[in-house]
Design a protein around this ligand. Structure first.
Ligand SMILES: Cc1cc2nc3c(=O)[nH]c(=O)nc-3n(C[C@H](O)[C@H](O)[C@H](O)COP(=O)(O)O)c2cc1C
Length: 374
């Protein structure tokens, strides 16, 4: 009975989003829409009535979706990935939208206003966003103050990166910048993600070079913490490059891998179907999906259960999320799917996952993990 009511509720919300909200959002500038929606979310989160209302509209729980991973309890496997709540302003409302965990950031050592506008485009035919924010954020000191004394309803991942500025083009400054953000944010995080794959910064992606990654983690390993550490990879790595990076990952205090960030592959990407694609920026959504799934499977095949894998890129449906789990992911994240399908998609995916697990006779998510990779 409860399942049927939720299914019906989600169908109503889905239709309302598709026919009313989305058409309004999609004729307006994407960054302005994002800022306004975030402002509304922030206000809603200030009041317990706003939280309760949001939960009644979007909540969904099921024991089959619960997991304890690296000592952290996840009520469901669907998380919000970094980039939506860059400044950690929505931590009071996002748990009520149905997520099992949220990742804020990327947060950098110093504040940064990001790249010049425009820096966000919708590519509707490709089900993708072109992103050129350039790590806009308030910086670790301001953001850590914002989060102090807050209680988090669900696990909070903190994604750290290097400040996008001339100074961090120098590799030593870049490492110090990561270390600063890491140290300042560490006490607040359930887990920390080290993002080495932002395609939009002045210094590029220096830490996809193995010896530089090694050097970065030599420094980060020295920072005392009991918190799990993830590394977030680019989907544009070749298998050989990935293998070299994984050899470095083995040497360091890294517990998990996030597959993946945005892709820079715009030409010759069969999933890019829009006439206009900006020259700058990276692409999210469907153009990343196959690349990130391939990488996920490659890592699971090579590493087995050694690392916790978070699958990310192009998740719009329960089937998309389930595919990542069957390829080796323990957890799944998304952003673009929520923007194209509406916030009820989290609950739709979670409910759909329960059905898919039952259809295939799996008692838990862990049982389904990686079955398609071997
Ligand atoms: C608007 C936007 C901003 C993003 N900013 C960040 C960021 O600051 N740090 C980061 O690690 N990833 C960032 N990402 C990448 C996402 O976390 C994710 O890796 C990528 O979008 C693929 O997932 P999706 O297809 O579900 O959107 C951003 C993505 C979008 C769409």
């Amino acid at each position: 009975m409860k399942e049927t009511v939720i299914e019906y509720r989600n169908k109503v919300l889905h239709t309302a989003y598709k026919h009313v909200l989305k058409p309004i959002f999609f004729i307006n500038d994407p960054e302005t829409v994002h800022d306004r929606v975030s402002k509304m979310g922030e206000v809603l989160g200030r009041f317990s009535i706003g939280q309760k209302l949001t939960r009644s509209m979007f909540g969904y729980t099921h024991p089959k979706l619960e997991q304890t991973i690296l000592g952290i309890n996840f009520k469901n496997p669907i998380g919000l990935s970094a980039g939506f709540d860059k400044n950690a302003e929505l931590t009071d409302i996002l748990p009520y939208v149905g997520f099992g965990f949220i990742e804020v950031g990327s947060i950098t050592g110093n504040p940064c206003s990001g790249n010049p506008k425009p820096r966000l485009w919708r590519l509707p035919k490709s089900k993708s966003l072109a992103v050129y924010y350039g790590l806009k954020n308030d910086g670790c000191e301001v953001i850590s103050k914002r989060l102090q004394h807050k209680k988090f309803e669900i696990p909070l991942g903190v994604n750290v990166a290097m400040t996008n500025c001339q100074d961090t083009v120098n590799i030593h400054n870049a490492i110090n910048d990561y270390a600063k953000a890491f140290k300042v944010m560490e006490p607040l995080a359930s887990y920390i993600t080290v993002n080495i794959s932002c395609p939009n910064t002045l210094g590029g992606q220096p830490f996809i070079t193995p010896h530089k990654l090694d050097y970065l983690f030599d420094i980060l390993d020295e920072i005392p913490t009991q918190k799990p550490i993830f590394i977030k990879l680019s989907p544009d790595l070749t298998d050989a490059e990935l293998n070299e990076l994984l050899d470095v990952v083995h040497k360091h205090r890294i517990h998990g891998i996030i597959c993946t960030n945005l892709t820079k592959q715009k030409e010759n990407n069969p999933k890019v179907k829009d006439g206009f694609v900006p020259k700058v920026g990276g692409l999210s959504g469907k153009p990343v999906e196959e690349m990130s799934n391939r990488m996920l499977s490659h890592i699971y095949r090579r590493e087995g259960k050694r690392y916790v894998l978070i699958g990310l890129g192009g998740v719009f449906t329960a089937e998309d999320a389930y595919k990542k789990i069957r390829l080796g992911a323990s957890l799944v994240q998304l952003i673009t799917g929520m923007i194209f399908e509406g916030p009820q998609v989290i609950s739709e995916i979670n409910q759909g996952l329960v059905k898919l697990l039952e259809r295939d006779g799996f008692k838990s998510l862990e049982e389904a993990r990686g079955v398609d990779t071997y």
